[in-house]
Design a protein around this ligand. Structure first.
Ligand code: SF4
Length: 482
């Protein structure tokens, strides 16, 4: 089915997203079940995963004979209307919401990617980043592969086609040996749904039961949204094949050390999700408690930067006994097509999104909690707003350690030269933002929350210890993705 692009009008820009936050990667959702309205279920599942990607959305379905596809630019409800969903017939579906971490933001890069090869038609939805993409792309291109998009996911598609003399299961096992980095994949064939998680388990992936059918989703909140019951997480390095025989599990690679992205717990995942044995809300609240233990600041109020700092701020307030207040009111109706403020109205952007509750804050010493600081630009505007509202002292507590390195595993944390903590000591950042105190959660304190599982996480953006090597393009620019 031909995808129709829905682009924002020219005079608008994607500024409803906070430019001072790392960007979520992608979300995937899949369902297998005869008698289930799989396209509609996937639509609702993607709705629940919308926080993971707002640039494009797509659904592919199969009725056992053919794979149908609709995808486009925009939010889930912008891409899909009732008629589009009704046309996606079948008993198998996969869906994808995307924020581009590699490849530019255009319809050709929207997923699922659907292609025909020697063994039939398959579609692929990918969350994560492949770290040896340049090597693979260059090898494939030099032996005749053609690429339509600029996404790293298309490399997986080409590898599957390259191994078409093997069964799909064998081809996937070979792909897992070739491909390095982060991938939680959903694959649809004419008669099966396949879920694959990389051996380190960077990005989350959950399996659930819905009636007699099965659902796989990036986060358990999407299973809840469609009434599915979570069975378990897809294990790192595991491939699940779901077809009329039920669910089969296979492993192409021996287990590695686990390296779940710890930023999922700090910021990306929805607080009502549970992943790899931990409730996100509980972990986030514990981060706030740990902050209070590490930094017992003498203030009158604890306030969050909504919504990213809310749960940790509650934790800080609970541990410290200092009253919690929602001191900043968030306008929840600012979307991705918010008109970019001009030079004269630049500060209005933040003021429209957040408004301080003057009557609560005036004359008070306030501790503000947020999840992370990337460039520091938004935080300094919020602090100025609070001081203009009469706040006497503002302290900023962050529920993450300083972000000093870029992520290569599917999160856009900005380039290293844009990361304020990579270049400035805390004292300098503190004066740049204009706060009376700036406190980062220690890495040890953060990992301590996970107890005996503390070594199961990737922390590379805080300590530079990358679990999987990053290969750079050999011929600069030639195969590099945008
Ligand atoms: Fe997550 Fe940071 Fe590791 Fe990227 S580098 S996977 S953002 S912990």
């Amino acid at each position: 089915m031909k995808a129709k692009a829905v682009s924002p009008p020219e005079e608008t820009a994607v500024t409803g997203l906070d430019p001072d936050k790392p960007r979520e990667e992608c979300g995937v959702f899949g369902v297998y079940g005869r008698g289930l309205d799989v396209a509609r279920i996937t639509y609702y599942g993607l709705y629940a995963l919308q926080h993971r990607g707002q640039e494009s959305a797509g659904i592919a379905t199969s009725d056992g004979k053919q794979v149908l596809l609709h995808k486009g630019m925009g939010l889930v409800p912008e891409v899909f209307g009732r008629e589009k969903i009704d046309r996606l017939a079948g008993h198998i579906a996969i869906g994808h919401v995307r924020y581009s971490t590699t490849g530019s933001s255009q319809t050709i890069n929207a997923q699922p990617l659907v292609f025909r090869y020697a063994r039939g038609t398959i579609g692929l939805a990918h969350n994560g980043n492949i770290t040896n993409v340049w090597d693979l792309r260059s090898q494939l291109a030099s032996t005749g592969s053609v690429f339509q998009s600029t996404t790293d996911s298309e490399v997986i598609v080409n590898l599957i086609a390259r191994y078409s003399q093997n069964t799909l299961e064998e081809a996937l096992a070979k792909c897992m040996i070739d491909v390095k980095g982060a991938y939680s994949l959903l694959i649809i064939t004419e008669d099966s749904l396949i879920a694959v998680r990389d051996p380190y388990g960077f990005r989350p992936l959950s399996l659930g039961r819905l009636g007699d059918g099965y659902v796989v989703a990036s986060e358990s909140c999407a299973l809840d949204a469609v009434g599915a019951k979570k069975m378990r997480d897809v294990e790192p390095g595991e491939t699940l094949i779901i077809d009329q025989e039920g669910v089969r599990s296979m492993r192409a690679l021996s287990p590695r050390r686990k390296a779940h992205c710890i930023f999922e717990y700090i910021y990306f995942a929805r607080p009502d999700s549970e992943m790899d044995g931990f409730q996100v809300n509980r972990v986030r609240r514990e981060m706030g408690r740990q902050l209070a233990r590490e930094y017992p600041v003498d203030v009158d109020l604890v306030i969050p930067v909504p919504d990213s700092g809310t749960t940790a701020a509650r934790g800080y307030a609970e541990e410290s006994g200092i009253p919690f207040e929602e001191g900043l009111m968030k306008n929840r109706y600012i979307g991705r097509t918010f008109i970019q403020p001009s030079q004269d109205t630049r500060d209005m952007g933040v003021k429209l999104k957040l408004n301080p509750m003057r009557y609560l804050l005036e004359g008070k010493r306030v501790l503000m909690v947020d999840d992370s600081l990337v460039r520091g630009t938004t935080s300094s505007k919020i602090v100025r707003m609070l001081k203009d509202a009469g706040v006497k002292e503002v302290y900023l507590c962050l529920s993450s350690p300083p972000v000093i390195k870029s992520c290569y595993y599917g999160i856009d944390t900005s380039n290293e030269d844009e990361l304020v903590a990579a270049h400035m000591p805390v004292s300098q950042i503190q004066s740049m933002i204009g706060v009376d105190g700036l406190y980062y959660l220690s890495l040890d304190g953060l990992l301590g929350i996970f107890g005996q599982y503390r070594d199961n996480f990737c922390t590379a953006c805080f300590d530079g210890k990358y679990p999987v090597e990053i290969t750079k393009p050999k011929e600069a620019g030639k195969y590099a993705l945008e």
